[in-house]
Write a protein that binds this ligand. Sequence first.
Ligand SMILES: NC(=O)C1=CN([C@@H]2O[C@H](COP(=O)(O)OP(=O)(O)OC[C@H]3O[C@@H](n4cnc5c(N)ncnc54)[C@H](OP(=O)(O)O)[C@@H]3O)[C@@H](O)[C@H]2O)C=CC1
Ligand SMILES: O=C(O)CCC(=O)C(=O)O
Length: 487
Amino acid sequence: MGIELGKIYHNYIDGQWKPALSGEQSPGVNPANRREVVAYLPQSGKPDVDAAVAAARKALPAWRGMSGTARGDLLYRTAAIVERRLDEIAETMTREMGKTLPEAKGETARGAAILRYYAGEGMRKVGDVIPSSDGEALMFTTRAPLGVVGVIAPWNFPVAIPIWKAAPALVYGNTVVLKPARETGATALKLAECFAEAGLPAGVLNVICGSGAVIGEALAEHPGVNGITFTGSNAVGKKVGMAAFARGAKYQLEMGGKNPILVAEDADLDLAVDATISGGLKSTGQKCTATSRVIVVDDVYDAFRDKLLAKVRELKVGDGMEPDTWLGPCASDRQRETVLSYIRKGVQEGASLLLGGEQPPEGTLADGYYVQPTVFEHVARDMTIFREEIFGPVLALVRAPSFEAAVEAANDSDFGLSASVYTRDIGRMLAFVRDMEAGMVRVNAETAGVELQAPFGGMKQSSSHSREQGQAAIEFFTSIKTVFVKG
Ligand SMILES: NC(=O)C1=CN([C@@H]2O[C@H](COP(=O)(O)OP(=O)(O)OC[C@H]3O[C@@H](n4cnc5c(N)ncnc54)[C@H](OP(=O)(O)O)[C@@H]3O)[C@@H](O)[C@H]2O)C=CC1
Ligand SMILES: O=C(O)CCC(=O)C(=O)O
């Protein structure tokens, strides 16, 4: 039994399911088959944002007043419900944004694991006792929640990202207004159903769907929102950050990447090829941690390229619901057009297109937003495909005369999210860890894939220099209070 297609969804505000106040809704189509309407989603406006923020503000005192353990218990219960509904949530995700069903199931299971991790945070320490210079006083730190937190989420990890933002926000005593990407509203509303079934009090989590330019902006500018956490493009992230900064709200931005994998002359080439393919092309290259620049030392360049091409040719493109599909469609028509325009630019600017570069030939794929896995070589550092985030199944091969030159080329980027190296030499590993300007530095492992218990974030223009996930989340979602008590 599959999910109900074409269902009409409502916003989740103040513990109730409500249509947009305007009554407007918009269809969300399956990127693997544009004829399939997956869901009708509310097209909310500013009055809906006002209602959601008012509900979150009203719920705040009681939620903040509960113990961390009690808040954590609600997250444990939500995790169990997400797990029970895993197949349905994963199918909704695949039909809304195209990633393969096994990937969607893995991500949903990860969502439950993130909820459990932060449920446990409700019982962990929040401060330190610091010796005072006054022998009769007690000085210590504690943590206060920010208040109402706005979560603006992208479509590429529609379960993991909203949860890794909302779960720590909630457990530390904040209330939340979540605005999912327009592509993945139904998946987010199913998560809201799980929180509601777990017994989360009304108004503690609110989910509203609609255009980013309207309700995302309204949330960032709203005087009732104390903090905004955003993942998405650099252009929008900067706008959101500036809107929050202008009114003194706290903000956290996770944005693009242009992640390199370096292949040294002593690398295990088979492993390096597998990591390049998995890191660069899984989820159709739509990860901020996706491998995009493949920088290979001259001595092994030809052998690496030939192995890579042989394996990429074997990848099966198709509907993510089909069991033999390795690579699904781009998440939307807009995203497919962006990717194809980068490919055209690569060709115009003189890179050599070795493989792919087009929509797959007509047939069963004609109704979806597909792009063939694409490999370029002779990519120069001033080319657009070397410099800008593509967010599609496109790899740019770069030949480097030496390992040192490869590191230098890898650092020649405005971004610094993730970077990986393949080498067996401990000296090279350590040099890479020291010299690479990236928040996630990975040795003999692909650039993508993050662990929920470890800090995640980037350097340079990849982030606002904060970190998400693991214990790092407490830094954004709370403020430190230093307390001095004298009897
Ligand atoms: N770092 C990452 O993980 C991601 C990076 N990207 C990058 O962004 C590119 C474009 O993707 P796209 O989906 O358009 O990313 P956006 O940055 O536009 O979208 C991310 C989120 O921000 C919302 N948003 C859009 N405009 C505004 C605004 N003015 N104020 C506040 N919120 C807003 C979106 O809503 P809505 O969906 O309604 O527009 C969505 O919820 C990709 O090609 C990729 O390069 C995209 C997704 C994730
Ligand atoms: O690599 C991952 O698992 C996470 C990637 C990510 O956070 C993103 O693409 O937004």
